[in-house]
Design a binder for this molecule. Structure first.
Ligand SMILES: Nc1ncnc2c1ncn2[C@@H]1O[C@H](COP(=O)(O)OP(=O)(O)OP(=O)(O)O)[C@@H](O)[C@H]1O
Ligand SMILES: [Mg+2]
Length: 262
């Protein structure tokens, strides 16, 4: 049963920097949760602790009631989580279609041996995966670039490829670290529509994003981090009215000093 993704009491120090200081976040199935905060407030560190890329000093991460605290990325992918990176990690030489196919294989029963031996069941599975990848490419407006190497695409399109690959894995929870950075308005529209469609299909989405109006329009709940602590949590309306958020975060947005560094 899907009971959500919860991280509570998260602490992480890097030398003298207390990057997470009792941080917490909750992601419900079928909802989009926004994670915002100034540069250096701990958003990516929280992502990394949840997805097994770094081990928290303390705290607990549960997915659908299962404790995954400190587990490695492979265990966490198997538990139903998928993520993108603030700086995309796609292989520049891979074609767009192959990059998305890679994501499809995570949830596939096809095995390497099966593919080599060409058994009928394996061939059927290969076809099913290929169709799934092609459908995703179509949905993300990437069909025309299917055979292009990822390295030849604009940064905006590379981000869309990364999100399509993360979705291809069929994860129940999707964590997106600044997926809209560098996207054109038209690409942002495609991304927003896909994220909303995923949430409607029951996937829980955690979205780090600096574009506050995009966060307000897309998210059901928002958590605001400040110096590794939760400054505010609630609906977009509650968070946008919170005096602490207005002073610490929205004031900084107006001064232009929250923008992404990457
Ligand atoms: N591997 C690391 N080693 C040392 N310090 C780190 C490391 N990773 C993060 N930090 C520090 O931890 C703090 C939180 O960083 P983090 O990257 O989580 O912030 P962020 O909210 O994602 O920022 P941004 O909006 O710029 O992406 C910062 O002070 C950062 O310099
Ligand atoms: Mg970050």
């Amino acid at each position: 049963m899907s009971t959500g993704l919860q991280a509570i009491g998260m602490h992480k120090r890097f030398g003298g920097v207390h990057a997470l200081d009792d941080a917490a976040i909750s992601v419900e199935p079928g909802r989009v949760t926004g994670l915002i905060g100034r540069n250096g407030s701990g958003k990516t560190t929280l992502f990394n602790c949840i997805t097994g890329f770094i081990v928290p000093d303390s705290g607990s991460v549960k997915v659908d009631g299962r404790d995954i605290t400190g587990a490695g990325p492979q265990t966490i992918v198997k538990a139903g989580l998928s993520r993108t990176f603030q700086t995309p990690r796609e292989d520049a030489r891979s074609t767009v279609r192959d990059a998305v196919l890679c994501g499809c294989y995570v949830q596939s029963s096809a095995s390497f041996l099966g593919a080599l031996t060409g058994l009928p069941g394996a061939r059927r599975e290969e076809r099913r995966i290929g169709l799934r990848a092609d459908a995703l490419l179509e949905r993300f407006g990437l069909a025309a670039q299917a055979e292009a190497p990822v390295g030849t695409l604009s940064m905006g399109l590379v981000r869309l490829v990364e999100v399509a690959r993360a979705i291809a894995s069929g994860a129940r929870y999707l964590l997106l670290d600044e997926p809209a950075a560098g996207l054109s308005a038209a690409e942002q529209d495609i991304l927003s529509a896909q994220i909303r469609a995923l949430a409607s299909s029951g996937v829980g989405v955690l979205l780090v994003e600096h574009n506050f109006s995009l966060v307000l329009s897309m998210c059901d709940r928002i958590t605001v981090l400040e110096f590794g602590k939760v400054l505010s949590e609630g609906t977009p309306e509650q968070v946008a009215r919170d005096p602490g958020v207005i002073e610490a975060y929205l004031g900084a947005v107006e001064r232009g000093d929250t923008g992404s560094t990457q």
